[in-house]
Design a protein around this ligand. Sequence first.
Ligand code: IMP
Ligand code: MG
Length: 206
Amino acid sequence: MLESDNNGLQNLYKSEILGNVLFSSQVIQQRVTELGKLITEDYKERDLLLISVLRGGVIFLTDLVRKIDLELSIDFMGISTYQGSNPTNTGIVKITKDLEESIEGKDIVIVEDIIDTGLTINYLLRNLRSRYPGSIEICTLLDRNIRRIAEIDIKYKGFTIGEEFVVGYGLDYKQHYRNLDSIYELNISMIKKDIDIIKNSSSDNL
Ligand code: IMP
Ligand code: MG
């Protein structure tokens, strides 16, 4: 029998690649509850639509909506950033899946897993603003503001983090580890080169 940690997951596949727990499941759930309360207070009698960015934001969105005590809708948008031959994030973004419904007149909250340089969300904001929403705000679980390039006004934020590359609770490393219910640092020594590549570029479906 393999030993399980307090997330109930078996340790074997995690032991080499995952470092410290940065935010435990309990701490995340507590913060998600607080954010849900804030949104509930702010959006009474408004036409609230939460838009999640595939794929990383989905886990956060599904917990968050259950902490909002209002009538609301959800929708999803898929985006990928172009890298081309340029090793840095250019902020040029392609929509891989568009929204199902019109957002005209609606009060939008964009739900993101992490805002890093801000280039992706900046593109998304410009794109959504051109569709005549009533209002747009941002809710991100993690804010890595030390790498910010585009100036972004974030109304709801879970936690601020530093340089460390993190996985779990929607955040991936090579599309894995999104299913962990705590947020972990990656074991830097094993994958330093990869992390630099990931941070400076982007992949399909963030
Ligand atoms: P940016 O704000 O345009 O730089 O891009 C943010 C996106 O990069 C996020 O939505 C994530 O998909 C990805 N990302 C940035 N930092 C991390 C991290 O530490 N772990 C996993 N994904 C990350
Ligand atoms: Mg993302």
